[in-house]
Write a protein that binds this ligand. Sequence first.
Ligand code: SF4
Ligand code: SF4
Length: 410
Amino acid sequence: MDTVLTIDGNSFPGIWRYLLPEDFAYMKLPQERHSTCHNCPSVACQSFRPDYRCCTYLPKMTNFQLSQVFHDNPESIKRLVHRRLVTPEGLTASPTDWFLSAVQNTSGQFGKGDLILCPMFNKELNNCGVHRFRNATCSTFFCYKDHGAEGEIFWDKLETLVVQIESALSQWIMSELGINIEMFFQSLADAAEDWTPPEPPISGPVGWTETIMKGLWQDWYHRETEYFQKSYQLLQDHKHELYEIAKSYPMKRPSEFERKMQSKVPDAISHRLSESETYQKGDIVSIESLWYEFSAVQRNLLKIPSSGEEMVQNPYLSLVELNNFSLDQTLKPHLEGYSHAVINPDSPTQNLDSMVVIKSHETELWHYFSSPKPIDETLYLELTDQDPQEIMRTISEWIKRQILVDRKRI
Ligand code: SF4
Ligand code: SF4
């Protein structure tokens, strides 16, 4: 459960082996070669701060994820408890933290601001301090996607599915450990009701007040570390049933807290927050439906045309050699290993979103499509020195990015 799950170059928390149906581990996923966190392109291209990068938010880590962190490094959880950031549900944003997060992330300051920063970030090592146990949102975030807009939808569907599973399991743990969930959510809603905006300047996370903490933790107040030990034990004892438990758990959604908080922020913020929701607040969508939606998107993402259709180079694009191409110098470190790019010469800017960088052997594939070609076995006969799986993956990506287009559309 602690060992990272690696699929097609993407690493997920080991517990995903049990959170999702077994089929997940055998699915083909986008590789996301350009979201290189160790050498973050968003610092160069989007002015993200070089220290926290995309960790400028308070992730909703659940109790069972924190219990894994606790098992690995008890002191780190004790520090979070001491800072009053942790409730029986997990890392739960207090009204002020929810507000700071809403302001920061609806004002173009995501990745840039310091209103709220993740408390799990390891500043000394300049990386995530809980990478093996991080939540669905962190695990599915890629700033650049190989498959462009369709890749965005793919990761969004996976995030929605796993968030729902995480929420169900978090409530299951709470009820197994005797937390009265109705009372817990009522305490959250009361805290939102009584909240007033803080005076600036302020930066978070600031956590909960002592009084509210008492109400939220109920009989576990001042026994928080024991709570995480028991959570971990529950996780171990039931690890082979986690997906089934999540599917059948009658989950309650804490929409009152969010609804009350949304009514307290300016309309512009509230409106932008609503727009970013896939489902309306209060909806409980079945995990089976979410798995079905995700599987359908996954099948279509890597689908390639049947051999009846002929694909050809997009005539509005050109192949350029990166060495001879005037490119923003800050991008150079992110293009190591790539020799060429397919660009739209008329595009006013050339950045990682507007071009597809390719390796020298892939130029052969580009030239192959200079005249319309069906996607069939003749491809492999002509490109004998390339891995057929890689050819198919590249073609699928190029079709999504409109590098190759159906000849009938020209
Ligand atoms: S996901 Fe993107 S923005 Fe975040 S650290 Fe990785 S490369 Fe940088
Ligand atoms: S949990 Fe890790 S990946 Fe997620 S925001 Fe915090 S530091 Fe970043």
